[in-house]
Design a protein around this ligand. Sequence first.
Ligand code: T46
Length: 134
Amino acid sequence: MAGPIVQLVDIPQRGDARGALSVAELGGVLPFVVRRVYWIHGTKPGVSRGFHAHRRLRQLCVCVAGSVRMSLFDGRREESVVLDSSAKGLLIGPGLWREMHDFSPDCVLMVFADAEYDEADYIRDREAFIRHAR
Ligand code: T46
């Protein structure tokens, strides 16, 4: 039986009386060396993003403010999860079609990636992705 598509990890919380502090480090919650970080914010109401897969890229997504629903599809099965806590990270490996829906107005989605931006790594056509996945 295939394993879960949604892979959530617990991000260590090191906050104290002063407030919150969350840690993502290699050997801890990060299973790869980070070569790029980007964050998605200010998403307009009703807008969805993503609609692509990656051939090789691995990423860890952390919703550090607000909430967003992430939908992952491996070519056969689809699973979705609401990210609404900086204490949870979503690991997304290669070969998964991802869509992002229901952004809250204050959503800040931080993404740690194991490679620099490379448009050639994207599969942006869903039918081409399904052929690739199979
Ligand atoms: C992903 C999901 C979760 C860059 O120039 N450098 C970058 O590092 C990124 C991520 C994007 N771009 C450019 C490419 C496009 O012209 O920024 C524009 C928007 O990118 P895109 O439409 O791919 O963004 P999303 O929100 O659909 O997807 C992003 C990431 O691209 C993708 O890797 O997994 O977030």
